[in-house]
Write a protein that binds this ligand. Structure first.
Ligand code: CMX
Length: 133
């Protein structure tokens, strides 16, 4: 079952540059920074009430985030919804004919189990499902 918006992912060229706005401008502090090698990104998490902003900086030209910035520029890259049981959620969506990018869970920042749903099945939003232990 979907519960809350776990986080909103924002593609940026440079986390250090972006933090000038988020931390110094808005006063929202980054509490965790982590490289997720499998996704070719560095992530920075900024808690906001009940959810988080995730800044995503590509670590390679092959990163999905690098391709996104090249095509669309910096901006909102994905929305992540938290689920209690990711395998069950994926099985249910697959049975309903939803196009999954990840049919089995991967591991994202903070050790969360994650899987992406294709924007073609969601009305144009890259959707992440996230299960936190
Ligand atoms: N949001 C909305 N639409 C998107 C999108 C995004 N982030 N990325 C691509 N699209 C759209 C494209 O505009 C395109 O639409 P049109 O065909 O209408 O032009 C369509 O999806 C296909 O895009 P594409 O450019 O041909 O395909 P890509 O090779 O760029 O792959 C995607 C797109 C979503 C399948 C790929 O980026 C992916 O597998 N993403 C999941 C992994 C990921 O994004 N990891 C980074 C974050 C990791 C983290 O948070 O830890």
């Amino acid at each position: 079952k979907p519960t809350v918006i776990d986080h909103i992912g924002i593609a940026v060229r440079s986390i250090d540059e972006a933090l000038k706005f988020w931390e110094e401008g808005l006063g929202i502090r980054c509490t965790a920074r982590e490289e997720v090698a499998e996704q070719k990104v560095i992530t920075a998490f900024l808690p906001v009430k009940d959810t988080e902003v995730e800044l995503l900086e590509p670590t390679s030209d092959e990163s999905p985030v690098a391709k996104f910035i090249e095509k669309k520029g910096e901006g909102i890259h994905h929305i992540a919804i938290r689920v209690d049981d990711l395998e069950a959620a994926l099985a249910e969506l697959k049975a309903k004919g939803v196009r999954l990018i990840d049919e089995t869970p991967r591991y994202g920042a903070g050790g969360a189990k994650i899987a992406f749903v294709h924007p073609k099945s969601t009305g144009g939003i890259l959707l992440e499902l996230s299960e936190r232990g």
